[in-house]
Write a protein that binds this ligand. Structure first.
Ligand SMILES: [Zn+2]
Length: 491
């Protein structure tokens, strides 16, 4: 396994410098805003929604209530539901396609035609499949759209049906306004981002690359941070950790449980997992996370800000490492992480286990070798009876170049909507489908303008929810961003 360190290191410093210069530039919001009259619309009470907001809410509701899990769901139904709205608004049938490798794994690709001035298309990507959700674990039904206490609840409200619904509502809003972009705007709503074997982005790249070919793509993976309801920073994902699961297995002759022996497959596996729990991978900052902590330190106060500055020292201040390691959000930006996620052991309650198996999911820093991570686990476990095998080969993902065109626009819209709130580049800890596009030569930026509390990330978890106010802010942000990115006079 090779690392992408060689492509990562030389590319970034100059690009980051460009980004920093871009960040300091100012623009006249009044001259560039496509929709200053709706500036206050994001504060509209939820009972009094503007037509495009009502649309975004209705589409989100519709998507949440269609089961699109891998086990029992169907993304084709969700794709067709959104396609029907587009057709009803007058989009040409040839520009609204539902297609995929199988009946239950459909993807929607829609093309909003622009003037032909030689610009390559802009691609907006969102996945419409969701992680499994067991209703028994939730206090609300995961597949019922519930509005409560200023939040929309339901599986997919933050990952990633919110962006899917927003993109469709925004395309319809633009069409109703008669907007003429100077490039095609493509929206792709895809299957199997969260698992499954019929990943929509991979399938589209392989079978219909022309449909989604673009200069660059906007995707999930970014988003803003709220603290006590205040907008702190707007994050843009340009890099992501590499996803790698390992299977740990112990086998044993077994026997009758009335004659137990100490050498037990379950105990051995449990010991191995406890050693992994106790181990922390070393702290390694890269260019993205270094700027992330530098900029974040300016938005923080007290011990946290001190720790962020301490982590930037060389070598990092141990107190800073300890402080940030206790906070999952920051810990995951400091190091590779590996955690036990699944267990499967034994074959009968009255038999000694012949086999015990666990899945350990690692999120590897870009630039770090996945093989080296496996070697580290072997050393940490220190028991040759525990075998460790990769579940699937990791797919490396190089960071996307931060072009001024994209970052000017993101900075500009952020400043319009939330004056003084910095744009902070982030390394995402979760992998997204962006990596397939990146590997196909299409740069990907995770950006949404959807803000959430730093301590309230429930994607993949119970009672997933999105702040209603943030949802509509994100809709407005993306609307302004895609118009900026599709009007030559803005550059
Ligand atoms: Zn997602």
């Amino acid at each position: 396994m090779t690392t992408n360190q060689s492509t990562f290191r030389p590319a970034l410093p100059l690009i980051w410098l460009a980004f920093l210069v871009v960040s300091c530039g100012s623009e006249d919001p009044a001259a560039t805003s496509p929709a200053t009259t709706t500036e206050s619309s994001v504060d509209t009470p939820v009972s009094d929604l503007l037509p495009h907001q009502q649309m975004a809410r209705d589409f989100l509701r519709e998507l949440i209530e269609i089961d699109t899990t891998h086990s029992t769901g169907n993304t084709t139904i969700a794709a067709e539901a959104m396609a029907a709205h587009l057709i009803a608004e007058g989009f040409a049938a040839e520009d609204v396609q539902v297609l995929g490798p199988s009946e239950t794994k459909g993807n929607l690709v829609v093309r909003y035609r622009g003037r032909d001035v030689g610009r390559e298309p802009l691609l907006l990507l969102a996945h419409i499949d969701v992680v499994e959700a067991d209703a028994a674990d939730w206090t609300l039904d995961p597949f019922t759209f519930t509005e409560q206490d200023g939040y929309y609840y339901g599986r997919g409200t933050t990952d990633d049906k919110d962006e899917a619904a927003i993109h469709i509502a925004n395309l319809i809003r633009l069409k109703r306004e008669g907007y003429q972009p100077d490039r095609d705007i493509i929206v792709a709503l895809t299957a199997d981002e969260e698992g499954g074997t019929e990943n929509g982005v991979i399938w589209l790249l392989k079978n219909h690359p022309d449909l989604i070919d673009a200069e660059y793509a906007l995707n999930e993976g970014g988003g803003g941070t709220l603290r006590d309801g205040q907008h702190i920073a707007n994050g843009v994902q340009a890099s992501e950790k590499v996803y790698q699961s390992f299977t740990l297995e112990v086998t044993n002759p077994g026997g009758h449980s009335s004659l137990p022996v100490k050498d037990n497959a379950i105990y051995r596996l449990a010991d191995a997992l406890i050693r992994i729990r106790a181990y922390d991978f070393p702290v390694i900052l890269n260019e993205v996370t270094q700027i992330f902590f530098e900029r974040s330190a300016e938005t923080e106060e007290g011990d946290l800000a001190t720790a962020m500055r301490g982590i930037l020292q060389y070598p990092p201040d141990p107190a800073a490492v300890a402080y940030l390691s206790r906070i999952p959000f920051y810990n995951s930006r400091l190091r590779t992480t590996c955690v036990a996620t699944m267990l499967d052991a034994g074959h009968a309650e009255n038999a000694l286990p012949q086999r015990a198996q666990a899945t350990v999911n690692c999120r590897v820093l870009p630039g770090e070798s996945v093989d080296a991570v496996q070697d580290t686990l072997v050393t940490v476990i220190g028991d040759e009876q525990v075998t460790i095998t990769p579940v699937l080969a990791a797919i490396l993902s190089a960071p996307s170049p931060l072009t001024p065109e994209v970052f000017n626009a993101i900075e500009g819209v952020t400043e319009e909507m939330w004056p003084g709130v910095p744009v902070i580049p982030i390394m995402s800890t979760g992998a997204t489908d962006g990596l397939y596009l990146r590997n196909a030569g299409i740069p990907v930026y995770g950006v949404s303008g959807i803000f959430s509390d730093i301590d309230d990330n429930r994607s993949h978890g119970q009672n997933e929810r999105i702040l209603i106010k943030s949802y509509f802010e994100g809709q407005e942000f993306l609307y302004r961003l895609i118009t900026r990115l599709s009007r030559s006079d803005e550059e």
